[in-house]
Design a protein around this ligand. Structure first.
Ligand code: FMN
Length: 409
């Protein structure tokens, strides 16, 4: 563990982890670091901690710079335990510290570190905090890469503390990227692709949040600290997260009794069109099967839906599904949806059919395993007529597929 001075009274107090760390179903071949930062001002403030495994070592190391009881604030930008994990050892020692985080982080931190009786300071986008000699500005960056994340900017030092964002997974002994002795760009891009890209829609919020901030140094929570070519690294995020195709097509096929499933289909179509993706909707009971199949052949994503009547699909949909199983649909995204009353068997039957095709069929399980997102559900199951929360749910699922399509090479 090192403590390195980044600016007057601002120190890196992290842990270098040289192991081949298992992480997000990857093995970090170059290891990683867990960077935390101490701002030793009149109200001493710690920004993030280290992985849970190194909590005790971290507290000992920190104690060389400050008595933990003197900590006034502990800022938690992101609750994932490779950054907040040090709280397990620190919370009981930093007895006077107020925990600073976003609203959704409070419940998670209370549960994870038994901090039910701790004082929390909930910050919102744009809030500032005077820590006695320095000022912290907080920007919410939800879903980069989990819901509760925020970034912290020190106004006087012009240092950005973005936690996971702008990180690299390298157990670097040279602290600054410009001292690495090699170009770190590949590691920077590799990290973006592995962790950030599935959430690329939210990178745009981040880029907007950074506008107007004079960032002279980026001090992330893994790997190298950036102090040269800051705009190059921010620009890479902007470029890598941008939509890079605009000719994608979606086919949506449904059957319905009283139009509830039609409403789901139409809402899906609206979301795709808002994302500049052409979406064609077919009622399988009113359109020629040959037209539907021709459209599916040309499509990049296919949504199939039915309402449930007596525990089954309705209308002609099964005829379409039987044909899909026989077709080569390699490379297409597939998804099931439907409106239902109490059990929604039809939606699951459609999912079973889709799973027999060679499409990339979306499921909640797959989304969670590949992105950690819990707000995106597949199949899209809507009770009766879609309203409020359910419209949001449809939107999340369509947006997820739109993002997959628009970032495809
Ligand atoms: C005759 C009939 C049978 C139904 N059977 C089921 C059922 O077995 N399971 C279920 O979850 N919902 C069932 N429902 C509820 C419908 O699936 C629900 O009302 C749905 O919103 C209808 O959507 P639609 O307007 O797209 O047809 C049934 C509705 C009717 C009228």
């Amino acid at each position: 563990m090192n403590h390195i001075t980044l600016a007057e009274n601002t120190y890196l107090v992290g842990k270098n982890d040289t192991r081949e760390v298992p992480f997000h179903r990857l093995i970090l071949a170059k290891g990683t670091t867990y960077n935390a930062y101490l701002l030793k001002t009149e109200k001493p403030t710690l920004i993030d901690t280290v992985d849970m495994e190194f909590g005790r070592e971290f507290v000992e190391h920190l104690s060389e710079l400050i008595d933990p009881t003197e900590l006034h604030y502990i800022v938690i930008n992101h609750t994932e335990p490779d950054h907040s994990g040090g709280m397990a050892a620190l919370a009981g020692r930093a007895t006077n510290a107020i925990i600073v985080c976003t609203e959704p982080a409070v419940g998670e931190l209370k549960e994870m570190y038994k901090m039910h009786n701790r004082e929390f300071l909930v910050v919102k986008d744009g809030d500032t905090l005077d820590i006695g000699g320095k000022t912290l500005l907080f920007k919410e960056t939800p879903y980069l890469h989990t819901e509760e994340t925020m970034i912290t900017y020190c106004v006087e030092d012009k240092i950005l503390f973005p936690c996971d964002i702008f990180s690299t997974h390298v157990a670097n002994t040279e602290i600054f990227a410009d001292q690495a002795g090699f170009d770190i760009t590949d590691d920077f891009i590799g990290y973006y692709n592995a962790i950030i890209h599935p959430h690329r829609r939210y990178v745009r919020t981040l880029i907007n949040a950074l506008e107007g901030l004079d960032v002279q140094m980026i001090a992330p929570s893994h790997g190298y600290i950036l102090r040269d070519e800051i705009q190059k690294y921010i620009g890479l995020y902007a470029t890598m997260s941008a939509d890079n195709v605009n000719d994608k097509k979606v086919t949506i096929v449904y059957t319905t009794i009283r139009s509830n499933t039609k409403k789901v289909a139409n809402h899906l179509q609206r979301i795709f069109e808002e994302n500049n993706i052409q979406a064609t909707v077919f009622n399988a009971d009113k359109c020629e099967k040959s037209d539907i199949l021709a459209s599916i052949k040309e499509a990049d994503a296919v949504f199939i839906g039915s309402s449930t009547k007596y525990a089954d699909m309705i209308g002609n949909l099964e005829e379409v599904l039987k044909d899909l199983v026989e077709m080569d649909l390699e490379g297409k995204i597939g998804a099931a949806f439907g409106s239902y009353g109490w059990s929604g068997e039809a939606i699951e039957v459609i999912q079973d059919y889709l799973m027999q095709t060679n499409m990339n069929v979306q499921s909640t399980s797959h989304v969670i395993k590949t992105t950690g997102m819990t707000h995106v559900e597949f199949p899209v199951r809507v009770r009766f007529s879609p309203k409020d929360e359910q419209l949001k749910k449809i939107e999340h699922s369509a947006t997820f597929v739109a993002d997959l399509l628009l970032s495809a090479v």
